[in-house]
Design a protein around this ligand. Structure first.
Ligand code: 2M8
Length: 422
């Protein structure tokens, strides 16, 4: 058992060690660039001991924003040969080299927290004035480019965009994507045991999609029409929904008037009326949907619980999710595993197919707290603390043994500890 001071010092030192000069890598070697949602979460950790550095993290993230408003999922600020695929494969043609997809847009929710909690009010006000138009452009991009038919449910084109790369929820939709036919050398399995990483068959398809975006010149219309992988990702839909509400709240708090505020309000209202398209009456559960087949992806992953974080469940659905989650926590030693432990697709050590991810559980716990289900929220937080105490700041954790998996000295795990409970 570590003492509190040791844990705080190690968490801070983890962020400091992963700082590459204004942005924080998730961990050295395995992920040597700036990732979108990692950086947002990491800013919360920086905020607890260096507010200026926290704002700088966000500034660097905006530095890679595309003209159409998208904030890419990875910014390749500096070269590195320890990661694949790099900027050449993505075919990046922007000032800051980047990927051509985004990631779960938790950024506005993080900025809302930072605006409320930062002690240096002058700095917070100055940063908001600078960042708000960019943040609004990012959200407008999601609704405009990823929901051109106004369904209320944005689409995602790549499992890497979901941030939950090899989640079993994507298996079926991804199987319809052709594999690449060229040889490539992965780097991830040189850093991490292959049993904790995605299979080659998934990488073959991940890379096909990367090439597909490049071959279509990143043209949103063409990609929307022809992409062989299109899903309504419940994680992205939920995180975007809460973030848009937080963004609108930020506009109020900072007295920012913007011609597109009505558009954002309309988008939020539309999602509220269409979210039940992802509710399966038979299973009494929210699922992702394969937009190409129109079918729900009926795999129980914890991403569906983010619907509470979004405030998108009605009372009855919330009661069902709470009862379900209570049983879920009993099914493994630590909670909440990313795939239900009773699912035949559960793999407790393999990346997004079972392990526990603390930043996800932080969001899920907020959702349960918001709906007054405080027991489950407390259980998730207690288990998160126990995992870090046992294993340290790993990328993710085995839900039964509690062993740390994936990358060590991981930024978002350290940041969540600093912000959530330390
Ligand atoms: C993981 O994803 C990257 C691709 O984006 C990879 O495996 O190469 C995911 O866990 C993702 O959610 C995360 O943002 C990224 C960096 O931590 O790693």
């Amino acid at each position: 058992m570590n003492n509190q001071k040791q844990l705080i010092d190690t968490a801070k030192q983890t962020l400091i060690n992963n700082d590459l000069g204004g942005y924080t890598v998730p961990t050295h070697g395995l992920y040597p660039f700036q990732w979108n949602w990692d950086s947002a979460i990491t800013a919360l950790g920086w905020m607890t001991f260096d507010e200026e550095r926290a704002w700088q993290e966000i500034e660097l993230l905006f530095s890679g924003q595309w003209d159409n408003g998208m904030i890419p999922h990875v910014l390749f600020h500096k070269e590195s040969d320890t990661y694949f695929p790099g900027p050449d494969v993505w075919g990046s043609d922007k000032k800051v080299k980047s990927t051509s997809i985004s990631q779960p847009p938790v950024l506005a929710s993080v900025m809302n927290i930072m605006f409320d909690q930062c002690k240096d009010r002058a700095l917070a006000a100055q940063k908001m004035a600078e960042f708000m138009p960019k943040l609004i452009a990012y959200h407008l991009w999601w609704y405009r480019e990823r929901d051109p038919k106004n369904t209320g449910l944005v689409v995602s084109y790549h499992p890497w965009e979901s941030g939950m790369d090899n989640s079993p929820a994507w298996d079926e939709a991804l199987a319809a994507v052709p594999p690449v036919t060229w040889d490539y050398q992965r780097c991830d399995t040189t850093h991490i045991n292959a049993s904790e990483r995605p299979h080659k068959k998934e990488y073959d398809r991940f890379l096909y999609l990367v090439e597909f975006f490049k071959n279509n010149h990143f043209d949103s219309d063409l990609i929307y029409e022809n992409c062989p992988y299109k899903v309504n990702d419940i994680g992205i839909v939920s995180i975007l929904h809460r973030a848009s509400k937080d963004l609108l709240a930020l506009c109020d708090k900072t007295n920012i008037s913007h011609p597109s505020i009505t558009e954002l309000n309309d988008a939020v209202a539309l999602t509220e009326t269409t979210i039940n398209g992802l509710w399966c009456e038979q299973d009494q559960y929210f699922y992702n949907r394969n937009v190409i087949t129109g079918e729900l992806c009926k795999v129980k992953t914890s991403a569906s619980q983010l619907i509470l974080y979004a405030g998108l469940a009605n009372k009855l659905q919330a009661d069902i999710l709470n009862a379900d989650a209570l049983a879920w926590t009993q099914a493994s030693t630590f909670s909440m595993s990313s795939t239900h432990p009773k699912s035949p697709l559960y793999e407790p050590q393999r990346y997004w197919r079972g392990p526990i991810w603390l930043h996800i559980n932080w969001m899920i716990a907020i959702g349960f707290d918001d709906y007054q289900f405080t027991d489950i929220a407390k259980c998730m937080k207690d288990d998160a603390i126990a995992l870090v105490n046992q294993s340290g700041y790993y990328e993710y954790f085995h839900a039964d043994s509690g062993a740390g998996c994936g990358g060590k000295e991981f930024s978002w795990t350290a940041a969540i500890a600093l912000y959530w409970w330390l």
